[in-house]
Design a protein around this ligand. Structure first.
Ligand code: GLC
Length: 539
C-alpha cells in the first residue's frame, strides 16, 4: 500500500463510545461513529486491543488473541465494523501484543502447570526465591521477575506481573504468532500495529545491569530484525500497512525497521520527542518542555529517516501519553490556537500522521484531584512508589496530573450532555469538566473549529503531493521558540513556521519574506512576526 498520503486515526475503544450503557466503550460504539470519522477524512483506524483479557493493562494483557472480549462485543460486531468501515473507504489496523501474553493465556496456564512445551514459550529461569535472576526493572515499577514457588523458577515480565514475556527464540512461539496474523489478515484488515515490538529479542545471557534498568540488553535486541523479517514474510503481510511501537529505540534501527528494502515494517513510532519535559530523563519528575531539544530531535529523526529511506509515524498523542495541548500548548488562554499549531506542526512533516481520539477536538488533560479518579496500573504503581520515595500526596497528584496515561484515556467528548455524550451512565473513568465546551457536537459544523482544521489538514495532504512525498529540511536552528522546516518537491517549496510560545516571536527575517501564499494557519493574514502559538504554512 502506498501510505504517504494516508492519515491514521487511533481509537482506544474503552473510552470511545459506549453503545450499551455499561460505562465502557465498545465495538458497536465505534460502528455508530464511522460517519464522524468519514467526515474527518481519515483513511485508516488503528484500534487498541479488544481481545479476551483480564484487563489489568486495559487489553494489552491478552488471554486469547483470536476472541473478542465480551465487554467490547462479539466477533460478528468486529466483522461488521470492518465491513462498515470499508464501505466508507476506511481500513482497519489491529493491535498485536506479541512481546508478552497475559498470565491468564492458556499457554502460560499450561506452563505453570509444569508442561515443558509451554514453559519454553516464556522466559523462565531457575533460582532461589530470594534472588531474582537479574536486577532489571519492570516498566511499570519494581523488579521485572516473578517467582513461581512450585516450579522453583522466575519468569520475566518487562511490564505488569500479569504480562509474561514470550520467548521469541523458540520457533514454535514465532509460528503461533504468524498464525494469529494470518487469522486476522483473513478478516479483511488493512494493517497492524505491533506493540513494543523492538523488545522481543532478549539477550543470550541474563546479567545484572550495573548502569540502568536492563533495557540496554533487550531494546532493539540481537535478533529483532531477523524475527521481524521472518514474521512479515511468513504471514504474508508485507505490503500491508504496519507500524511498530519502538521503545527507547535508535535512529539507525528505525531506518532498518522501515526502509522498504528491508521488508520489515512500513513505519515506526519513536518517543524521544515526548521526553523533552522529563527532568533528567525521569518520567515522574516534572519540567517545562525544552523546545530547543524538541526541535533538534525532530530535525535529527525527520532528516535522518528521509536521507536513508526510512519512514516515520508522526504523532503527539496516544493512549500512553498526556494530551499534547496541555503539555506543549496553552490549554487555557490559547486553546484553539495551540491545538491547531500542534496539529499543523506534525501534519506537514515527512511521515504518516496519527490522530488520537479527541485530539481533533482539542481535548485536554484530565486534571484529576484525587488518586481515586485514576485507573491506570502504571499510575497507581508509581503513585505508591512516589509516596514511598518521600513525595507528598499533593506532589504525587500534581505529577500524575501531568504524566499519567489516564490523561489520554478519558471518555471521548461527544457532546455537552451528561457524561460527555459518551455513555448514559457514569463512565469507567470520568471526563474532565471542560466537555461542556470542548466536544464534537460543538465543533463539527463550526468552520473555524479545531475539528475542521484537522479536516483541512487531511484534505491538503490528498491535494498536494509535496506534503506526502516532499523532502524535508529544518531551518532556523538557533531559534528556541519556533519550530520551522521546509518541504521541497521538484521546484515546489512549502514552509512551515510554528511558534511554541504564548507571546509574539520574531525570526531573523519577516515572516512575509519566506515567500509564497499562505496555505493554512490559525490566525488571519500574515504579520512580520509570529503571534502566540501561531502556525503559518506558506507555499
Ligand atoms: C505499549 C502500549 C501500552 C502497554 C504496553 C505493554 O507501550 O501502548 O499501553 O501498557 O505496551 O503492552
Amino acid at each position: 500500500m502506498n501510505f504517504s498520503d494516508k492519515v491514521v486515526y487511533q481509537i482506544y475503544p474503552k473510552s470511545f463510545c459506549d453503545s450499551n450503557g455499561d460505562g465502557n466503550g465498545d465495538i458497536r460504539g465505534i460502528i455508530g461513529k464511522l460517519d464522524y470519522l468519514k467526515r474527518l477524512g481519515v483513511d485508516l483506524i488503528w484500534s487498541t486491543p479488544f481481545f479476551v483479557s483480564p484487563m489489568n493493562d486495559n487489553g494489552y494483557d491478552v488471554a486469547d488473541y483470536r476472541a473478542i472480549d465480551p465487554r467490547f462485543g462479539t466477533m460478528s460486531d468486529v466483522e461488521e465494523l470492518i465491513a462498515e468501515a470499508d464501505k466508507r473507504g476506511i481500513g482497519l489496523m489491529f493491535d498485536m501484543v506479541f512481546n508478552h501474553t497475559s498470565t491468564e493465556h492458556e499457554w502460560f496456564q499450561r506452563a505453570i502447570k509444569g508442561e515443558q512445551k509451554y514453559i519454553d514459550y516464556y522466559i523462565f529461569k531457575d533460582g532461589a526465591p530470594d534472588k531474582p535472576p537479574t536486577n532489571w526493572e519492570s516498566k511499570f515499577g519494581g523488579n521485572a521477575w516473578e517467582y513461581v514457588p512450585h516450579l522453583k523458577k522466575w519468569y520475566l515480565h518487562l511490564f505488569d506481573v500479569t504480562q509474561a514475556d514470550l520467548n521469541w527464540e523458540n520457533p514454535e512461539v514465532r509460528a503461533e504468532l504468524k498464525d494469529i496474523l494470518c487469522f486476522w489478515k483473513s478478516k479483511g484488515l488493512k494493517g497492524f500495529r505491533f506493540d513494543v515490538v523492538n523488545l522481543i529479542s532478549k539477550p543470550a545471557e541474563f546479567v545484572d545491569d550495573d548502569r540502568g534498568d536492563g533495557r540496554r540488553f533487550y531494546t532493539d535486541g540481537r535478533h529483532v530484525h531477523e524475527f521481524l523479517k521472518e514474521l512479515v514474510a511468513d504471514s504474508g503481510i508485507d505490503g500491508m500497512i504496519t507500524v511498530g511501537e519502538m521503545s527507547s529505540t535508535s535512529l539507525d534501527n528505525c531506518i532498518r525497521y522501515t526502509n522498504p528494502n528491508e521488508h520489515e515494517l512500513s513505519m515506526a513510532f519513536s518517543f524521544h520527542h515526548l521526553k523533552v519535559d522529563y527532568k533528567d530523563g525521569q518520567k515522574w519528575e516534572l519540567m517545562p518542555p525544552d523546545i530547543g531539544a524538541l526541535k533538534k530531535l525532530f530535525a535529527t529523526w525527520q532528516e535522518g529517516m528521509s536521507d536513508a529511506g526510512g519512514w516515520n509515524a508522526v504523532f503527539w498523542c496516544n493512549h500512553d501519553q498526556p494530551r499534547a495541548i496541555s503539555r506543549f500548548g496553552d490549554d487555557k488562554n490559547y486553546w484553539a490556537q495551540s491545538a491547531k499549531m500542534l496539529a499543523a506542526a506534525i501534519h506537514f512533516m515527512r511521515g504518516t500522521p496519527y490522530i488520537y481520539q479527541g485530539e481533533e477536538l482539542g481535548m485536554t488533560n484530565a486534571k484529576y484531584t484525587s488518586i481515586d479518579q485514576y485507573r491506570d496500573v502504571e499510575s497507581l504503581n508509581y503513585y505508591n512508589i512516589m509516596l514511598k520515595n518521600g513525595k507528598t500526596v499533593e506532589e504525587a497528584i500534581e505529577i500524575l496530573g501531568e504524566r499519567s496515561r489516564d490523561n489520554g484515556r478519558t471518555p471521548m467528548q461527544w457532546s455537552a450532555e451528561k457524561h460527555a455524550g459518551f455513555s448514559t451512565v457514569e463512565p469507567w473513568i470520568i471526563p474532565p469538566d471542560n466537555y461542556k465546551t470542548i466536544n464534537a457536537a460543538a465543533e463539527v459544523d463550526d468552520p473555524d473549529s479545531v475539528f475542521n482544521f484537522y479536516r483541512q489538514l487531511i484534505a491538503l495532504r490528498k491535494r498536494y503531493k509535496i506534503i506526502a512525498d516532499g523532502d524535508i529540511k529544518f531551518i532556523e536552528p538557533d531559534n528556541n521558540d519556533v519550530l520551522a522546516y521546509e518541504r521541497t518537491l521538484g521546484d515546489q517549496k512549502l514552509t512551515v513556521l510554528c511558534n511554541f510560545r504564548d507571546h509574539d516571536v520574531r525570526l531573523r527575517q519577516s515572516v512575509k519574506d519566506f515567500g509564497g501564499e499562505k496555505l493554512i494557519g490559525n490566525y488571519d493574514g500574515v504579520e512580520d512576526y509570529l503571534r502566540p502559538f501561531e502556525v503559518a504554512v506558506l507555499k
